[in-house]
Design a protein around this ligand. Structure first.
Ligand code: SAM
Ligand code: SF4
Length: 464
C-alpha cells in the first residue's frame, strides 16, 4: 500500500514568507500532501527563501547541502525525495540554483507558487523545472483556502498578506526586483479570509506587506481603500480582538491611519516604522525620500493621536559612505524616539542594486557601529520593559508555556508574558500584573476577574 505523501516546508526571512509557506501547504492538500515537521520523513522538501542580505542566501545553500544528505540516504533505500527552492532566492537566482547544485529539482518564484501542484506532477514525470516569471494571473485568486484544522493548528494569532511588492526602490534593497511592483488585494477578499480565520478561533491578525501602508486595494464601491479603511472593516469581524500591520514606510503614514491609532480600539499601540538612518545625507543616498525631520514629525503626529504608542524600527549601519558623525546621528535619533525595540543590520551589498556600486565602509567599522547601535537599542528596550513591572496589562493568551500549568501570551506591545493560567483561557485577553522581566520575556500573575472589572473583555465589541 502506498503511504500518503508528506511535505516539509522551511521558511527563511520575513513573516511574508511564513504566510506564503502556509499557503503552499494549503495548496498541496488537494494533491494528497500532509505537512511534516521532519525533513527526513518528507517526500517533498520546500525551502522558502530570503535574499535580503548575503548571509540569508548563504544559509539557503548550506541548508540545501544538509537536506541533500536526507535525499541521498532515502535514495539508497529506493525512496525519491523532491527538493524545491521557493521565494526570493529562487526569484533572483532562477536557473543558477540548478546549475550550482543538482540536489534541487524545482525552482519556483514568489509569484508562481500557486502552480506548485502542477509543477510537482510534471517533476514526477521526470522533468526539472524553473518557474520564476511574473505570471498574468494573480496567485491570490487561485490559492486554496486553509482547512479549519490547519488554521487551528497554526494558533490564535495569524498573519495575512494584504499587499505585496514595492515601488520605492531604496538603493540598497532587492525587494522591488524579487517581489515586483506594488499590488494590493481587494478589501472583501481579505475580509473573507479573516472571517474564515476568526471562525476557526483566530483572535489577532497582523496585516503584512513589504510596504503595507501603501495599501490601496479595491473596496466595494470600486474605489481604492486606504489601510485604515481596511483595518476598520476587519475590526467589525466578530472574534477579531487585535489588529496590527507591518512593515510600513514613513512616507505612506497618512492622516487616516494616524487617526485610526487614536480611535480604533482593536488597533494595537505598537508601530513598526523603519527609518534606516538618522542622517539626512545617508537617507538621501539610500533613496528613502524622507528626512529625519519628516520621520520625527510622523512619530509626533502618531503620539498626538495616542499618547501611549510605542515604536520599533529597522536600521542599516555602514551604508556606503556613512561617516562616524553620520552614524552618531542614528544614535541620537534612537535616544530621541526611545524605541521599544528595533532590528539593526550591517549593510549587505546586493548585486544589481544601485548601492552595490558605491564605496563600502570597512567591515570592521560596520561591526563596531552595529555593536554600539545594538547597545543603545537594548538600553531603551530594557527601560521600556522594566517600566511595566508592577503595572496591570491586557494579555492575549496564545499557547502553553514550557512549564506545566503555564501559558504564554502577548501584551498590546508584543511583549511575551509567561503566566500561570488554565489552558481554557487560550484565545482570551486576560488582566495580568507584571511581576518581573527576563531576557526575552515578562513574567506576570493573573488578576482574578473579580478584582479586575476594568479589564473585562467583550470579544464582540473590542473592534467597535
Ligand atoms: N519596506 C520596509 C522599509 O521600508 O523599511 C523594509 C522591508 S525589508 C524586507 C526589511 C529590512 O531589511 C529593511 O528595513 C532594512 O533594514 C533591511 N535591509 C534591506 N536591504 C538590506 C541590505 N542590503 N543590507 C542590510 N539590511 C537590509
Ligand atoms: Fe525595500 Fe522597504 Fe525600500 Fe521597498 S521601501 S525598497 S521594501 S526597504
Amino acid at each position: 500500500m502506498s503511504r500518503p505523501r508528506k511535505v516539509h516546508i522551511k521558511s527563511f526571512g520575513c513573516q511574508m514568507n511564513v504566510y506564503d509557506s502556509h499557503r503552499m501547504a494549503d495548496m498541496l492538500v488537494p494533491a494528497g500532501y500532509t505537512e511534516t515537521a521532519l525533513a527526513s520523513d518528507a517526500d517533498l522538501i520546500i525551502l522558502n527563501t530570503c535574499n535580503i542580505r548575503e548571509k540569508a542566501v548563504d544559509k539557503v545553500y548550506s541548508e540545501i547541502g544538509r537536506i541533500n544528505e536526507f535525499k541521498e540516504a532515502a535514495a539508497s533505500q529506493g525512496r525519491h525525495i523532491l527538493i524545491a527552492v521557493a521565494g526570493c532566492v529562487a526569484q533572483a537566482e532562477g536557473e543558477e540554483i540548478i546549475r550550482r547544485t543538482d540536489a534541487v529539482d524545482l525552482v519556483v518564484g514568489s509569484q508562481n507558487y500557486h502552480r506548485l501542484p502542477d509543477m510537482i506532477a510534471r517533476l514526477r514525470a521526470g522533468q526539472s523545472i524553473v518557474n520564476t516569471e511574473f505570471p498574468v494571473e494573480n496567485k491570490f485568486d487561485v490559492l486554496a483556502p486553509p482547512a479549519r484544522a490547519a488554521i487551528v493548528k497554526r494558533g490564535i494569532v495569524a498573519f495575512v498578506t494584504v499587499q505585496e511588492g514595492c515601488d520605492k526602490f531604496c538603493t540598497f534593497c532587492v525587494v522591488p526586483y524579487t517581489r515586483g511592483a506594488e499590488v494590493s488585494r481587494p478589501v472583501e477578499k481579505i475580509a473573507t479570509e479573516v472571517e474564515r480565520l476568526a471562525a476557526a478561533g483566530v483572535r489577532e491578525v497582523t496585516l503584512i506587506g513589504q510596504n503595507v501602508n501603501a495599501y490601496h486595494g479595491e473596496d466595494n464601491d470600486g474605489q481604492p481603500a486606504t489601510l485604515a479603511r481596511l483595518l476598520r472593516r476587519l475590526a467589525q469581524i466578530p472574534g477579531i480582538v487585535r489588529l496590527r500591520y507591518t512593515t510600513s514606510h514613513p512616507l505612506d503614514m497618512d492622516d487616516d491611519l494616524i487617526a485610526a491609532h487614536g480611535n480604533l480600539p482593536a488597533l494595537m499601540p505598537y508601530v513598526h516604522l523603519p527609518v534606516q538612518s538618522g542622517s539626512d545625507r545617508v537617507l538621501a543616498a539610500m533613496g528613502r525620500k524622507h528626512t529625519r525631520r519628516h520621520y520625527l514629525n510622523v512619530i509626533a503626529q502618531l503620539r498626538a493621536a495616542r499618547s501611549d504608542l510605542a515604536f520599533s524600527s529597522d536600521f542599516i549601519v555602514g551604508f556606503p559612505g556613512e561617516t562616524e558623525d553620520e552614524f552618531r546621528e542614528t544614535l541620537t535619533l534612537v535616544d530621541e524616539v526611545r524605541f521599544a525595540g528595533a532590528y539593526s543590520f550591517a549593510y549587505s551589498s546586493r548585486p544589481g542594486t544601485p548601492a552595490a556600486n558605491m564605496e563600502p565602509v570597512p567591515p570592521a567599522e560596520c561591526v563596531e557601529r552595529l555593536q554600539r547601535l545594538q547597545a543603545a537599542i537594548t538600553r531603551h528596550w530594557r527601560a521600556f520593559n522594566t517600566s511595566f513591572v508592577g503595572r496591570n496589562m491586557e494579555v492575549l493568551l496564545e499557547k502553553p508555556g514550557r512549564l506545566s500549568g503555564q501559558l504564554v501570551g502577548k501584551t498590546p506591545y508584543l511583549q511575551t508574558v509567561q503566566v500561570m493560567a488554565q489552558s481554557a483561557l487560550i484565545g482570551q485577553i486576560v488582566p495580568v500584573t507584571i511581576t518581573g522581566t527576563g531576557t526575552n520575556t515578562l513574567f506576570g500573575t493573573l488578576i482574578e476577574p473579580a478584582y479586575a472589572p476594568a479589564f473585562a473583555t467583550d470579544l464582540a465589541t473590542a473592534g467597535a
